[in-house]
Design a binder for this molecule. Sequence first.
Ligand code: ARG
Length: 569
Amino acid sequence: MQKLKEEVGQTIASLISLEEEEVFLLLEVPPDPSLGDLAFPCYTLARELKKPPPAIAVELGEKLAGQRGNLWEKAVPTGPYLNFHIDPQAYNREIISQVWKEGEDYGKSNLGGGQNVPIDYSSPNIAKPFGVGHIRSTVIGHALYLIFRALGYNSIGINHLGDWGTQFGKLIVAFKHWGEESKLKEKPVDYLYQLYVQFHQEAEKDPSLDDEARSWFRKLEAGEEEAVAYWNRFRELSLETYESIYSMLGIQFEYYHGESHYNQMLERVIDLAREKGIARESEGALIVDLEAYDLPPVMLRKQDGATLYITRDLAAAIYRRERFNFAKSLYVVGAEQTLHFQQLFKVLELMGYKWANDCVHVPFGMIRFKEGRMSTRAGKIILLEEVLQKSIEMARDIIEEKNPDLEDKESAAEAVGIGAIRFGDLSNDRIKNVEFDWDKVLDFSGETAAYIQYAHARICSIIRKAEPGYLEWDEKAISSLTREEEVTLVKTLALLPEKVIASAESYKPSILARYLVDVAREFNRFYHNCPVLSSEAEIQHGRLLLIDATRQVIANGLGLLGIIAPEKM
Ligand code: ARG
């Protein structure tokens, strides 16, 4: 598509007073493919020349009558548009050879020129279960990580663990009173959460526990050995649990810089806010007024000297800037924290940091399972690990039924099961709430990972049956691809690079996810109507090259969503 756009842009620019760049930006894809493949709208020119747009379209059409380009064969005026039609043979050759040559790199580029993009994602809270609430941040954040990396940015995954705060005082007290070593070792996160809940129940009856907890947190803040040792153990054991989930998902973070990482930098943040004259004392607390910006005030320090979540986020933002000199700094965090990030970025701006503009909150909606909303508070928690296990199990049953002779059912079940969860999340516009329905996420014929993975596996199976020589490049074989289904499939494959870019620009992996459903659908339509192995040699060869390119596009695209495309399933 890019090449076609460039070519059409040049052609039109040579006829009119607009620069190639301007024309390029005006070009659109017509809503109805039968109208053409690329349209130049004549409105801008019409204003300049004071003529009606359709008249200009006709004039341009006349100038181009009988001409053709490398990739287009005719230009037809339709209303206010001049519509370009591709030359299918040239276009097929261009796109299929590009996929063929670039292979695993098809869809990638060097747009980012190696610039750093820290991505703050997943970020669970120590001693709270890694519930499904964090699954969205994990899955969306990881997809953005992969997508930005594919575009030549240096993605930096940061897990901003909730590893500091008064809850640690509570946990220490609870563990000292009621804790059992063996249980802590066995299932640290679950057990710490249990202790946390127990603490709240007991503290209702005995408020002195709260004082005790506060005093332990003070000891922790003062760096007293015993307190620090407890904190360290709780943190390390929780991390081990999280890491086992991340490894199931194939995720690695560059940094586990939790909230505690910024403890030494908080003084500096507070001094800076004072120096800039934006902070004021109010009843012993230190606050920044944001009334002028229609935002509630930000508290940097409480009356008792304790700092807050936002104080640590200010330090973290400055630290990231100084350390990584980022092009963009992303925060993949639920929409319920929108206000927090508005305040955070505003305070940074008031501190005089121009780069505050490059900080982006990437919000997302809630996730609900059909059984009801996930909430830690409601007492009913569904753990991500359990969700993944359940999905793998269901996938295993389906595969067992569909393909009982498959050799490695286990890895297929994992790819399909985990893919279902990831895709079930990623295929929705992130800002919407997701309704999770087990039957739907694993439906092999719905808009699911399995549907796409299945198309991929099917192609691999056809290719396995073909004779080896059939995957050699052959221009003549490509020229035999003239059927509508074939040309439409090629046009769909051509879109991968721009879909990857669009996903990054809007921070929406859903664009890529939906696109892959289109690829699988176009492949199925093609395959339904155009036999591959039973057609005559040249056509067979052309079709094999076409489906091999399709296989590559699906594998690359799913890969950017963190989903594996098995060769057999
Ligand atoms: N731990 C927080 C939570 O679970 C998310 C942290 C997001 N990142 C940040 N820099 N604030 O709500």
